[in-house]
Design a protein around this ligand. Structure first.
Ligand SMILES: Nc1ncnc2c1ncn2[C@@H]1O[C@H](COP(=O)(O)OP(=O)(O)OP(=O)(O)O)[C@@H](O)[C@H]1O
Ligand SMILES: [Mg+2]
Length: 375
């Protein structure tokens, strides 16, 4: 497999020259002309090696190096510092910042090649040669209003607390509840802006610009609450590109698919790895749930998890867990009990319930559901 090298230099001539040398030697080359661009590209593209210029105006190479080392995602990537300076102090500063090797400009192509080979073989990190892929999970309710969005938001919060990097993508245009559930009120046009761009541009770097961050560590690509957004038009390719692009940024991409076999479900299904299918344990609802589940089983290639959400109060119409499993022919990975008061309080606070009331029974149930997704 071709190894990928990120070359960082504010001087475009030097960027071109080194890129050409490396391409001739058979490497895949990506470039950045500033420190901040380098941090972004390294995080998304995860190159096998970085060649980093020291003297750059916005952020010098030492600072870039320190920040790369502070980010778990870029920490293992070997860095060769590259500079016109030859002073010994600079070398020391470079190594202190976390560089693996040091080269001075101008460099002979043969020397560059041998240093790169040496560093790459010392840092034999096969996992870096492929961009890591997160997994995409669609959350779908057998019916509307049963608690699908609540479950999804809490699963994301559980994952973030476990140091995973979940991203929620809200496909409920015009509904825009997820940002609200996380108390996020600004820049809510993410999905709509992204979907207006050509499909070829819907990739990690663009998506990253539209992500909102919550203090819990959960990131959200929001749909706005503007009712007119419900008319948003987009193709299956665009919807899938959003999910695939987010998989290059996060460990888990959680998609709110609403309920039923909508256009949305048909469009984005090919980009999903798993589905969390939510049913209400009501005798009257099981027939519809079974029919929808059978359609999904026929069309979806990935794993389908089954979860029971009992939003209403317990009454004689509620089917027991075993009955749900027997009827739907599959084991249930978890259940969420009715807790209207607690769910309401969390919504008021703009916090996921698992964060706001970590000791509640329902918080434990939600954590168990999150485990099913991670397993
Ligand atoms: N476990 C629960 N117990 C009691 N009430 C709940 C529970 N989960 C969610 N709710 C309430 O049910 C309502 C719907 O929840 P939510 O928005 O999560 O459902 P949904 O299935 O995503 O709905 P929609 O189909 O509108 O997208 C909300 O008012 C929420 O507070
Ligand atoms: Mg919803």
């Amino acid at each position: 497999m071709t190894e990928k090298i990120l070359v960082v230099d504010d001087d475009l001539e030097s960027l071109k020259l080194i890129s050409l040398m490396l391409r001739r030697q058979g490497y895949e080359v990506i470039v950045a002309n500033s420190g901040s661009q380098a941090l972004l590209k390294a995080d998304i593209e995860r190159p096998n090696l970085i060649i980093l210029d020291v003297m750059m105006p916005d952020m010098d190479g030492y600072e870039v190096c320190r920040r790369m080392r502070a980010n778990a995602n870029t920490r293992p990537i070997p860095i060769i510092m590259f500079t016109a300076k030859t002073l010994i102090d600079d070398k020391v500063a470079g190594f202190e910042a976390g560089a693996d090797d040091y080269l001075t400009k101008p460099t002979h192509p043969a020397e560059l090649a041998s240093r790169i080979k040496a560093v790459l073989s010392r840092n034999n990190t096969p996992s870096m040669s492929r961009r890591p892929q997160g997994i995409a999970i669609g959350f779908l309710g057998a019916r509307g209003g049963i608690g699908t969005t609540t479950v999804l938001s809490n699963v994301a919060a559980v994952q973030a607390a476990a140091n995973l990097r979940p991203i929620i993508v809200d496909f409920q245009f015009g509904g825009g509840q997820i940002a609200q559930a996380f108390g996020l009120t600004e820049r809510l046009d993410g999905m709509v802006s992204v979907l207006q761009r050509p499909v070829a541009e819907i990739r990690g770097p663009l998506l990253m610009q539209h992500l909102l961050s919550h203090a819990s560590g959960v990131r959200v690509l929001p749909a706005s609450p503007n009712p007119k957004e419900a008319q948003t038009k987009y193709t299956a390719d665009a919807g899938q590109a959003v999910i695939k692009g987010l998989k290059t940024i996060g460990t888990h991409v959680l998609c709110d698919l609403g309920s039923g076999y909508s256009d949305l479900v048909a469009r984005v299904m090919p980009a999903l790895d798993q589905m969390m299918f939510m049913v209400e344990p009501l005798y009257s609802a099981l027939g519809g749930a079974e029919r929808l589940l059978n359609v999904l089983r026929a069309e979806f290639k990935g794993t389908i998890h089954l979860a029971v959400v009992n939003r209403g109060a317990t009454n004689r119409y509620v089917a027991p867990w075993s009955e749900v499993e027997a009827r739907l022919g599959q084991s249930v990975v978890g259940m969420v009990s009715s807790a209207p008061e607690q769910v309401y309080q969390a919504a008021e606070a703009g916090q996921p319930l698992v964060v706001q009331q970590p000791n509640a029974v329902i918080a434990n149930q939600l954590a168990k559901l999150a485990q099913a997704v991670n397993a």
